[in-house]
Design a binder for this molecule. Structure first.
Ligand code: BEZ
Length: 224
């Protein structure tokens, strides 16, 4: 069964991109990574998404996240499309974006990574790529995947929000509650005993009383 599940290691594929040929593990290095797929070049929703991703590139970089996109057209098409994306952003129509775009003309990678959407077909009846987001940790394991159909554009602010949550979990051993935003209180994970939590979170652990009497709703201010 193609595709990737949480905890799977990123495949170490080779691919042609708008920034030359890459080997995925070398590309990731020791960084976090985000791989996001697009149904096709020169399509409206994708163009707005790539534009937003380009604007937010400094935010990804601040979080030590390497960005890479994928679309099932050629490098030449991608380079030409980049000009449109830059123009859409109100910039010079250059062939460069702050991240590479993988050329997956034969859909080999899209099949391998389980990215195809059987309900969205091109003019030849071939399935297009869905809007997949894979976030890999520095250990190259899949930490998060999001799958949207071609007709729904993603929210890149939400992607940054989940990255902040993933990195808080990785570095500070906390979880984030519903609708959490950076700066809000976070939650102590259920597996951490109270005594350890007190030591680990010097700003304090606040428990909400519940009818069950169970003390599992434990909050702490977001660690620095
Ligand atoms: C788009 O990017 O606008 C799009 C691509 C494929 C199907 C529907 C929309």
């Amino acid at each position: 069964m193609p595709g990737l599940l949480l905890g799977d290691e990123a495949p170490d594929f080779e691919a042609d991109t708008t920034q030359g040929r890459i080997r995925f593990h070398d590309f990731l290095g020791d960084s976090w990574g985000i791989l996001f797929s697009h149904p096709r070049d020169f399509t409206p929703v994708c163009t707005t998404e790539l534009g937003r991703a380009a604007q937010l590139a400094p935010e990804f970089s601040k979080r030590n996240v390497k960005m890479i996109a994928l679309s099932i057209d050629s490098v030449q098409d991608h380079l030409s499309w980049c000009k449109d994306v830059n123009a859409y952003n109100g910039e010079q129509p250059a062939e460069t974006l702050p991240f590479p775009i993988i050329a997956d003309k034969n859909r080999e990678l899209a099949v391998k990574l389980g990215m195809l959407d059987p309900d969205e077909l091109d003019k030849d009846g071939m399935p297009l790529t869905a809007r997949v987001v894979f976030i890999f940790g520095p250990d190259k394991k899949l930490k998060l995947s999001i799958l949207y159909p071609a007709t729904t554009g993603r929210n890149f602010d939400e992607i940054l929000r989940v990255l902040d949550s993933l990195q808080l979990t990785a570095y500070k051993k906390v979880a984030t509650p519903v609708d959490w935003k950076p700066g809000d209180s976070v939650m102590v994970v259920p597996t951490l005993p109270d005594e350890e939590a007190k030591k680990l979170f010097p700003k304090g652990v606040f428990t909400k009383e519940l009818p069950s009497g169970k003390k599992y709703l434990r909050y702490t201010p977001q660690p620095e």
